[in-house]
Design a protein around this ligand. Structure first.
Ligand code: SF4
Ligand code: SF4
Length: 195
């Protein structure tokens, strides 16, 4: 070791240079605003595109959007959706989901089911606090899914807007989500097998 290097080492040791350089890092962080959230007293702002618990949505008039087509069930990679559909006797050719189950313990929150739905009946919400000691309560049935949809309706709609699946305009209301008037008020008698 050269004399200069040795003198430098002795000088640094005398001034506790390593301690001061470590303290510099500590003091720098003391002046920063803390980024830790004191959960659950503090809540994070969840982005609109967040994939939280799934909910079923209704139209503004309270009618169920779901037409029981099973496309969400087919699209689900975890096979955690079960839809049982039935015919809506009040409207010819229209079906609805008489039963709807999502086993949220198997869900990987991929959002494929929401993308597959032709009428945007499913949406993901910002709800993430549903941990429980009883796993059986995590099999969400139709009632629970509509409950989540109602409680988090605005978040569900924001999710659909954020993912470009729905626009908040009249065209969507008139043409995408409502059964065509010609089908609602049929001008022809229903087929024999339906009477
Ligand atoms: S988010 Fe993905 S895994 Fe969960 S129910 Fe939908 S398709 Fe299935
Ligand atoms: S939620 Fe959508 S995709 Fe699933 S059964 Fe209902 S209408 Fe079909």
């Amino acid at each position: 070791m050269s004399v200069v290097a040795l003198a430098k080492k002795v000088w640094e040791a005398a001034l506790f240079a390593e301690i001061w350089s470590a303290m510099k890092v500590t003091f720098k962080h003391m002046l920063h605003k803390p980024i830790t959230f004191q959960y659950p007293r503090e809540q994070r702002v969840i982005p609109d595109a967040h994939r939280g618990a799934l909910g079923l949505l209704r139209y503004d008039d309270g009618k169920e959007r779901c037409v029981g087509c099973d496309l969400c069930e087919a699209a689900c990679p975890s096979r955690c959706i079960k839809v049982i559909s039935a015919e809506d006797k009040s409207l010819p050719l229209q079906r609805y989901a008489s039963e709807f189950y999502i086993d949220i313990t198997k869900c990987v929150f991929c959002g494929y089911c929401v993308e597959a739905c032709p009428v945007n009946a499913l949406a993901m919400t910002k709800m993430y606090e549903f941990s429980t000691h009883d796993k059986r309560t995590l099999l969400f049935d139709k009632k629970r899914l509509y409950q989540i949809g109602e409680q988090h309706l605005e978040d569900g709609k924001k999710y659909l807007y954020a993912h470009g699946q729905e626009k908040n305009d009249q065209m969507y209301h008139d043409y995408r989500y409502f059964f065509p008037q010609s089908v609602k008020q049929s001008t022809q008698p229903p087929p024999k097998h339906l009477t």
